[in-house]
Design a protein around this ligand. Structure first.
Ligand SMILES: [Ca+2]
Length: 283
């Protein structure tokens, strides 16, 4: 069925579109009397690569470089749920403290850090994720309620329902990737987490620093940089699976190399023994 468009609507739409495009180029994002607005620029014309970048995405985490998000993202969950789903080791929708321990261990953290992560994460986020007003002595985290665990003093990339806002993600780098390195150093992270603090939000300030420093410890390269795409994939949780796969592969390669060395040593010993026996026989 063909819809009938009232006369003049097409012209108005065209004019509105032109006006919108014009205003996009002339939106004022800085004022001289507030220097931080110049110091921390927002990305412009992002909609050339990500359509409607201010609209929160429920299931994907796009960036300017990867506007389709991660191909291996779990699309039946919100991006915030995807972020923590790796730690639900038996995939029953609930993360128990021992699963957080195992998850952190699987991505290469040592025993002490894993224990600390359990206390920080379950101490802070178990109660808001429960369906009951009564605290649970086992400190579980319910994935379906993780949006209730959003804290203050963060980048604002997650919205209050656990969706992902591309515009806010890109702002992290337009504002705090000093020198446009394509990622953040530990210095950038400390600087950023100090700058985005909300007033009197002690829990949010601590939680935000803990999360970002943990990510830096996990991913820093030889230049001390966490890349933009590693940060994006931390938001949608695919980073953790990638790191686990890489570590398991390295372990398997080491095991294989050890096995080959052992077999080579056995073969060498056999050859030597045969040579000795032959020598004895000859004499
Ligand atoms: Ca579980």
């Amino acid at each position: 069925m063909t819809s009938v468009q009232p006369e003049g609507v097409s012209a108005i739409t065209k004019e509105t579109q032109m006006s919108t495009n014009r205003s996009a180029d002339t939106i004022v994002t800085t004022v001289a009397k507030c220097p931080p607005t110049s110091q921390y620029p927002v990305p412009k014309n992002l909609d050339a690569v990500i359509p409607n970048p201010g609209v929160p995405r429920a299931d994907i985490a796009p960036s300017a470089e990867f506007p389709q998000g991660s191909p291996d993202g779990k699309r039946d969950l919100t991006v915030m749920e995807q972020h923590i789903e790796f730690f639900d080791r038996n995939k029953d929708g609930i993360i128990w403290p021992y699963e957080t321990y195992l998850g952190f261990y699987a991505i290469g953290f040592n025993f002490l850090f894993c224990i600390m992560a359990v206390f920080v994460i379950h101490g802070g986020f178990s109660y808001p994720s429960l369906d009951s007003y009564i605290p649970h002595p086992g400190f579980p985290i319910y994935i379906k309620n993780i949006h209730r665990c959003k804290h203050g003093s963060d980048t604002g990339t997650y919205d209050t329902e656990g969706r992902y806002i591309p515009q806010r993600f890109e702002e992290i780098f337009s504002k705090f990737d000093r020198g446009k390195k394509g990622g953040l150093t530990l210095g950038d992270i400390f600087y950023m987490t100090n700058e985005i603090r909300n007033v009197m939000d002690f829990f949010g300030m601590f939680a935000n620093k803990f999360e970002w420093v943990t990510l830096w410890l996990l991913c820093k390269n030889q230049d001390g940089l966490v890349t933009k795409d590693e940060i994006r994939r931390c938001y949608d949780g695919t980073l953790f699976y990638h790191i686990e796969r890489t570590l398991n592969q390295k372990k398997a390669e080491k095991k294989q190399a050890r096995l080959e060395m052992k077999n080579a040593a056995i073969e060498q010993a056999k050859t030597k023994t045969k040579a000795v026996i032959n020598k004895v026989k000859a004499t």
